[in-house]
Structure formats: structure tokens, C-alpha cells
Design a binder for this molecule. Structure first.
Ligand code: HEC
Ligand code: HEC
Length: 201
């Protein structure tokens, strides 16, 4: 004879298994997305990116990220100040020769209101900043993916001109990690798991 209580117990344990399986699949998805973000960090932290995304109201130069020569400033729109616009020296392509201005279409820094300063942020804070519409140019996740994988200004990091070190990961690998991060829900690394990134202050 089947006892009512046993039936209930089995149903309960089946349910429990289904729920825990779902939770752990979701957990794995989250972990994979956050891990993909961490794999993007060597690019995001690289001087080729940080020289426009570091602290201060000016761009930086070189692998040591020293302040831009000639006291170049961000300006309200990120295009420099009246006397010294970025476009006076920077063209839409790299100029040939050592220490010549690098270039890409629309060469500028982020504007003063949304300066996208990454220096000093933990991995979690950087990830949250990239997703913040008020800071990232009102982009949703798909548009962030597009921004990191298509504009010439970002792709310049892979072709930075004579004498400059390109970012340390192939463009295809970086694009794959960005997409993996987004598909998994654009999950950020845990707030506690990352130390403040003090480089290029
Ligand atoms: C010459 C300066 C410059 C360099 C170098 C640069 N950026 Fe940017 N970056 C900008 C500007 C300007 C914006 C703001 C653009 C906007 O809002 O339309 C920006 C914004 C961003 C954003 C925020 C938008 C979003 O979708 O969240 C990301 C991400 C980004 N850049 C990635 C990179 C990466 C990756 C590199 C290096 C491979 C890089 N940038 C190098 C100027 C630069
Ligand atoms: C007077 C000319 C001039 C102006 C104006 C100027 N730059 Fe530059 N910039 C240069 C030169 C030249 C270099 C290359 C220096 C070198 O390689 O030693 C350079 C290098 C850079 C680099 C370094 C790239 C790297 O990773 O090493 C960045 C970033 C940059 N400029 C951003 C800007 C931005 C943004 C503006 C406007 C706000 C601007 N520059 C205005 C001449 C200029």
C-alpha cells in the first residue's frame, strides 16, 4: 500500500532538487559572466585605454601614463580647450613616426560631466560604472558590447601606432569575453573580491 506521506515526501524531494538545480545553474551562469568581465580587465586597465580613462582633467601618454605634454586639458566636451583642441594635432589615423600623434576618428576624451574615470576603482565599481546609463552615454548592455567591439577609437588600442604597446589580448578574444559577459547577464565581480586598482593614478 502506498502511503500518502511517502508520496508527499518524494514529491517534496523532487521539487527540492529542481529548485536547487535551477539555482546552481543560475549561479554558474553568474560566475561565468563575472569571470568573463575579469578576463576583460587586462585590456581595460592597459595604458592604451587608461590614458583617456584615468584620474584628472587631462589625457595621459605612454606606458607610464604621464600627464599629456603641453598641458593639454579635457575641456567641457573632452575635445580640449579653445586654444588646444585634440583635433589640432590628432587626425583620424596614426601619423607615421615615433612620438607622432596617434589618431582615430573622433579622437577625444569623455566629456567633463561624465568623465568615465576608471583609475582607483575596484573591479566591481568599474563594472557597475560601465553599466550606469547616466555615466556611459545612456547605453544599454547591447550598446556597451557594440561600443567595446566596433568604434575605431576603441579598436585603436590594437593598432596604436609606432612605438606604442598594443593592449595585451587579441581583438577577437576580447570581443568574445565582452559578449560572454553580456550574454550571462553582465554580472559584476563581487564587491569584496577585488582590491582597488591603484595603477595609473
Ligand atoms: C582617445 C581617448 C580614448 C581612448 C584611448 C579610449 N577611450 Fe573609451 N571612451 C572615450 C570617450 C570619448 C568615451 C565617451 C564616449 C561616449 O559616451 O560616446 C569613452 C567611453 C568608453 C566606454 C564607456 C561607454 C560604455 O559603453 O560603457 C567604454 C566601455 C570604453 N570607452 C572602452 C574603452 C576601451 C576598452 C579602450 C581601450 C581599448 C578605450 N575605451 C580607450 C575615449 C577614449
Ligand atoms: C599640440 C598637439 C596635441 C594636442 C592639442 C593634443 N595632443 Fe594628444 N598627443 C600629441 C602627441 C604628439 C602625442 C604622442 C606623444 C608620444 O608618443 O610621445 C600625443 C599622445 C596622446 C595620447 C597617448 C596615447 C598613448 O596611449 O600613449 C593620448 C591618449 C592623447 N594624446 C589624447 C589627447 C586628447 C584627448 C587631446 C585633447 C583633449 C589631445 N591629446 C590633444 C599631441 C597633441
Amino acid at each position: 500500500m502506498i502511503r500518502y506521506r511517502d508520496v508527499l515526501r518524494s514529491i517534496f524531494s523532487i521539487l527540492l532538487c529542481v529548485v536547487s538545480c535551477l539555482v546552481s545553474a543560475n549561479g554558474q551562469r553568474n560566475a561565468a559572466s563575472a569571470a568573463a568581465f575579469e578576463a576583460m580587465l587586462p585590456v581595460l586597465h592597459h595604458p592604451r585605454c587608461m590614458n583617456c580613462h584615468s584620474a584628472g582633467d587631462f589625457p595621459r601618454q605612454g606606458d607610464d601614463s604621464h600627464p599629456h605634454a603641453m598641458n593639454v586639458r579635457r575641456g567641457p566636451e573632452g575635445r580640449g580647450v579653445t586654444s588646444q583642441k585634440c583635433s589640432t594635432c590628432h587626425q583620424d589615423h596614426n601619423l607615421a613616426g615615433l612620438h607622432m600623434p596617434p589618431g582615430a576618428p573622433d579622437w577625444q576624451m569623455p566629456p567633463r560631466n561624465t568623465p568615465m574615470i576608471w583609475a582607483g576603482l575596484t573591479d566591481n565599481q568599474l563594472c557597475e560604472l560601465l553599466k550606469e546609463p547616466k555615466q556611459n552615454g545612456h547605453r544599454n548592455i547591447d550598446q556597451i558590447v557594440e561600443h567595446m567591439t566596433t568604434p575605431k577609437l576603441v579598436l585603436w588600442g590594437w593598432n596604436p601606432g609606432e612605438g606604442r604597446t598594443p593592449v595585451p589580448m587579441s581583438q577577437a578574444d576580447f570581443a568574445a569575453k565582452v559578449k560572454e559577459w553580456a550574454v550571462g547577464g553582465a554580472v559584476c565581480p563581487a564587491a569584496s573580491s577585488s582590491a582597488s586598482h591603484a595603477a595609473t593614478q
